[in-house]
Design a protein around this ligand. Structure first.
Ligand SMILES: [Mn+2]
Length: 405
């Protein structure tokens, strides 16, 4: 008999997403909805469980009404169990939502932070071992080892209840939040304060699968079937990006076990809105409308018909058209995209090396800024200096000065 579950982590529900400025509210809604989408996905895929490996909630930022909404979603009728091991952004303390509003929901289990617990699923030949973060930091390795289990639960008919009975399944899975480090504990990283887990140790655990959370970048999936019987430990990555650090498609992992072996691992798309960096080539004869069109086309090419609902950072490169101002392009496009930021990396179509030698005020001005330009390797600083040169040159040419902010 095989068992299938969906593994996710690092949703950070309730995160304020302030980097998105005035569009933050819109994306906060997307983030909350991402949990609803995961529940719908679990139903659609007909899995037996949804495992959440920590940082489910951004505990310091989430509002009470948002917790209430999560509780309501979890209380809805569903055909699968939800198990959670809390992480460093949502430690399971007595004052947390886990001990209060989210406590005691049928078929939803939050692993204790004081001990290792095991939940047995006799009908699925499965046991899940887990433990939660108790505070923001966990410098010592914490693993849900079977010998440390002090509390056992049985999951039956949609309920998870404490039991004394042993129903250990052949399929064993660990659920934990932490940092997977290559090497052994003897080469320990003392600066790692988010539950250092050494891969040499974790491979030898008595689990078929260790469901991890913490690292938002998904693990590279192993080739199946694996030849040895070592534990496979994977991060699914965050299911919905919360900034441009988490770009492109995001996934949850659909895992299938049979007789204590992993028979299938598949990434399933989960992100409703994507964060995308695009580069657009500009020619010096391009008009503002042409530049707008190029940006829209690039977005459409990357994400298709629903391109407008995603967040973009557009880098413009090439030669700068005369009088070009990236702000007017941003203003023209701002209502068309959920979020857009334009990075102006355009170069002047003139020979600055020659101009800086001129014995004029303009020559001195360019020489001064070019000296600063050459003294830095910072791309952002260099782009700012280039913009300053452009604005200055236009002022020298008698054009209207921009409001620079
Ligand atoms: Mn974390």
């Amino acid at each position: 008999m095989s068992v299938r579950f969906l593994h996710t982590a690092d949703l950070h529900l309730g995160s304020r997403m302030n980097s998105l400025e005035d569009r933050a509210g819109d994306f906060r809604e997307t983030l909350l909805r991402s949990f609803e989408n995961l529940l719908d996905l679990a139903t659609k895929l007909d899995v037996s469980l949804l495992l959440i490996a920590g940082d489910f909630i951004e505990m310091n930022e989430i509002k009470d009404r948002e917790i209430q909404r999560i509780a309501e979603l979890l209380c809805r009728e569903r055909s699968f169990y939800v198990l959670l091991a809390a992480g460093n952004h949502d430690p399971y303390t007595a004052a947390s939502a886990y001990a209060e509003q989210l406590n005691d929901i049928a078929g939803f289990h939050i692993f204790s932070a004081e001990t290792v617990e095991r939940v047995d699923f006799p009908e699925l030949d499965l046991s899940i071992y887990g433990t939660s973060f108790a505070s923001l930091y966990q410098s010592e390795t914490m693993l849900p080892l079977p010998e440390k289990v002090t509390r056992i639960f049985t999951a039956l008919d949609g309920q998870i209840i404490v039991t004394e009975n042993d129903h250990v399944g052949q399929n064993k899975v660990g659920l934990i939040h932490g940092t997977l480090l290559s090497g052994s504990a003897s080469a320990s990283r003392e600066d790692e304060v988010y539950n250092p887990i050494y891969d040499s140790h974790c491979k030898l655990l008595p689990f078929s699968y260790l469901a991890l959370g913490h690292i938002h970048k998904p693990s590279v999936l192993p080739e199946l079937p694996t030849i040895d019987n070592k534990t496979i430990a994977l991060y699914p990555g965050s299911p919905q990006g919360i900034s441009f650090n988490e770009q492109n498609e995001r996934h949850a992992l659909l895992v299938e076990l049979e007789e204590g072996k992993i028979i299938n691992i598949k990434p399933v798309n989960t992100a409703d809105r994507l964060f995308i960096d695009l580069t657009v080539d500009i020619l010096k004869e391009d008009s503002d409308l042409m530049i707008q069109r190029k940006i829209t086309q690039a977005a459409q090419q990357r994400t298709g018909n629903h391109y407008a609902r995603h967040a973009y950072r557009i880098t413009l490169q090439g030669e700068c058209p005369e009088g070009f101002d990236s702000k007017s392009i941003t203003h023209a496009l701002i209502d068309q995209f959920a979020y857009i930021k334009i990075k102006d990396r355009l170069k002047l179509p003139i020979d600055l090396a020659e101009l800086r030698l001129e014995n004029t005020l303009q020559g001195r001005f360019i020489d001064n800024l070019m000296t600063q330009y050459e003294a830095t390797d910072e791309p952002i600083e260099r782009a700012d200096i280039m913009r300053a040169i452009r604005i200055g040159l236009e002022a020298f040419a008698g054009e209207i000065l921009y409001n620079v902010d």
